[in-house]
Design a binder for this molecule. Structure first.
Ligand code: CUA
Length: 328
């Protein structure tokens, strides 16, 4: 429910409101198919309705069988040829859109991202930019002068997942031991919501993701900010104590905070945790009290989550939360 509330707060995800090149191509194809199907339906249903009414036996008059009519080469040729033409048109139009999307090559300025599906969150890496984050994919916006598409390499570290942000592009699966590719090219700035679209375990519903499409300067600033390490201890004593809790418990075995001794790889990178809007891939808003509830017992927020409760006392919890809040 909370995640739904979070979604409602942002844009509604509709395949009929595309904002990105592949989604636009797919939406116009889908619209054409829908209109054609509607025309076929109206014509066929209309002819049936007309025949039923027009040739109904008059009330009270009970005839035996109506006259049986066989064979009209012209009529048969027509109802064979017309559907054949419709099917060929649909096939060619679909083939063209599939080709345009799948055969697209990355221009030199394309952003490259590796997305790794995990139970139940998204690891997001920008290998050329040296940025690692989770659940929120930042990309630059294309305009009429410069195209800035983002090409995604999709992998899975456990089971099959599916990357789907309806307003941005169609679904593509993330499959263990296989690498898939897709691309996105938003043409307007905004936050676009998506979710895992392949059942992947008990928390499949809470495997939400968002694409943050930004003007190029803003994207560059985001990259710059994400590249900064956050290793040094905060000056504030409670947060500094929290950092010792973090580094002294198993937290550091699963999470990375760039520049510190924490370099675990099993959980999301926390170097810039507070730059993200949600905790647990959309399970809760990323704010102080929810962060505390989450760390005290992650299972209360997202049942089945792999992150264990650390059995910290209240003081340690407060310190740890204070430290995490410094990871901006
Ligand atoms: Cu990941 Cu469903």
């Amino acid at each position: 429910m909370l995640s739904l509330a979070l979604q409602a707060a942002d844009t509604i995800s509709s395949i009929f409101a595309p904002v990105s090149t592949p989604a636009m191509k797919e939406a116009s194809l889908a619209t054409m198919v829908l209109i054609l199907s509607l025309v076929v339906f109206v014509v066929v249903a209309g002819l049936i309705a007309y025949s039923v009414v027009r040739f109904r036996a008059p009330a009270g008059e009970r005839t035996s069988e109506p006259p049986q009519v066989y064979g009209s080469a012209q009529v048969e040729a027509a109802w064979t040829a017309v559907p054949l033409i419709i099917v060929i048109v649909l096939m060619l139009a679909t083939g063209r859109v599939i080709h345009e999307i799948q055969a697209a090559t990355a221009p030199p300025n394309a952003v490259e991202v590796t997305v790794i599906g995990r139970q139940w969150w998204w690891e997001i890496r920008y290998p050329k930019l040296g940025v690692v984050t989770a659940n929120e994919l930042h990309v630059p916006v294309s305009d009429s002068l410069v195209r800035r598409p983002t090409f995604l390499t999709l992998q899975s570290s456990d089971v099959a997942h599916s990357f789907w942000v309806p307003r941005v592009a169609g679904k593509t699966d993330l499959i263990p031991n296989r690498t898939n590719h897709m691309w996105v090219e938003p043409r307007e700035a905004g936050t676009f919501l998506g979710q895992c679209a392949e059942y992947c375990g008990t928390q499949h519903t809470l495997m939400l993701l968002r694409i943050v499409a930004e003007p190029p300067e803003q994207f560059a600033r985001w990259v710059e900010q994400q590249r900064q390490a956050a290793g040094t201890a905060p000056a504030e004593p409670v947060a500094a104590a929290g950092r010792r809790v973090f580094l002294g418990t198993v937290c550091a075995g699963c999470h990375t905070v760039a520049g510190s001794a924490a370099n675990g790889k099993n959980g999301p990178d926390l170097t810039h945790l507070m730059s993200r809007a949600t905790i647990g891939a959309g399970a809760a808003p990323n704010v102080r009290d929810r962060l505390r509830t989450w760390i005290r017992n992650p299972d209360d927020v997202k049942h089945g989550v792999l992150m264990p409760a650390m059995q910290l006392d209240d003081e340690q919890l407060d310190q740890l939360v204070e430290y995490l809040l410094t990871l901006r």
